[in-house]
Design a protein around this ligand. Structure first.
Ligand SMILES: [Zn+2]
Length: 292
């Protein structure tokens, strides 16, 4: 053993003359052991409510991967992930939790995503539910504190929108089209729902023109898959809204559409008005909301 090792201890001279050993500078404590410490420091954020909340997520594709990661790292633990598809090679450049082995063995997206989220956060309890989105039972919507849509087809989104509205739960719907993304907040029993922007047949989506911000924007309902940076932005906005909602800060929520143009990195908050002819609202008036 070499002598004189005490002379090699690391540190620095504070103020030019007081020696401060490095072990006194880097001093792990309780706050460093708490993985949610940085969230606890956000004044409006109720981390205990986040930990207790149940999230129902529809879709385990590119956006689902981003949202699941953000949910778990934000402190959400009870995450129900619905998807019936299997992983294929083209998913891999946009899905951080899927790998080439998953694609070669065509593993189920919902199950793999739930497993990987639980590995990322050891105390998470993500559950994969392998079934069509249109077959999610009403009890799942009733048991959820918030419902998040990470879907890429209109029929599934229309179903989740209507089912969530009937359950009286907050619905956060994400959609993307190349470099364009959007997040819509649906808050029953008030305000517009996703279907308010659709045509009456719900078989295709109409373009909606907004002018509430002073500059007119023609919003096209997303039809194409996005590239990963757009997915990241939209996934982040979705989970930020989820954290606000379960923290009891509905006053901070978007009202009711976030529109993002990735080509210029610009965003706008737009407001959609309720469509009196929307079938979802007519249905609610006829049958009421299960959990008012
Ligand atoms: Zn509506």
């Amino acid at each position: 053993m070499a002598g004189g090792s005490s002379g090699t201890r690391s540190g620095f001279y504070a103020g030019g003359h007081v020696w401060v050993p490095m072990e006194e500078v880097i001093r792990p404590g309780a706050v460093d052991d708490d993985r949610l410490d940085r969230s606890r420091r956000v004044e409006w954020l109720d981390i205990d409510a986040v930990i207790e909340a149940r999230v129902l997520m529809a879709g385990a594709g590119a956006l689902g991967n981003e949202v699941a990661k953000n949910l778990a790292l934000s402190g959400f633990r009870d995450i129900r992930i619905v998807d019936m598809d299997r992983i294929v090679g083209s998913n891999l450049n946009r899905c951080m939790f899927f790998n080439s082995d998953d694609a070669s063995t065509r593993r189920l997206k919902a199950e793999v995503l739930a497993d990987r989220v639980n590995t990322l956060c050891g105390d998470a309890r993500a559950t994969g539910i392998v079934r069509r989105v249109e077959e999610i039972p009403a009890e799942e919507f009733d048991a959820a504190d918030i419902v998040i849509g990470c879907l890429d087809n209109i029929a599934a989104r229309a179903y989740v929108n209507a089912a969530t509205y009937a359950a009286g739960k907050l619905y956060v719907d994400g959609g993307m089209d190349g470099l364009i993304g959007k997040v819509m907040i649906v808050r029953p029993p008030n305000g517009a729902c996703l279907a308010c922007g659709m045509n009456r047949s719900h078989s295709r989506v109409a373009d909606v023109r907004f002018s509430c911000t002073g500059s007119e924007v023609t919003f096209h309902e997303p039809r194409l898959a996005a590239e990963v940076t757009t997915t990241s932005v939209i996934g982040a906005v979705i989970v930020r809204e989820a954290v606000k909602h379960v923290s009891g800060r509905s006053d901070l929520l978007l009202s009711n559409l976030f529109y993002y143009d990735g080509s210029r990195n610009r965003s706008e908050e737009l407001e959609i008005e309720m469509n009196p002819d929307c079938a979802v609202h007519r249905e609610r008036q006829a049958t009421g909301i299960r959990n008012p």
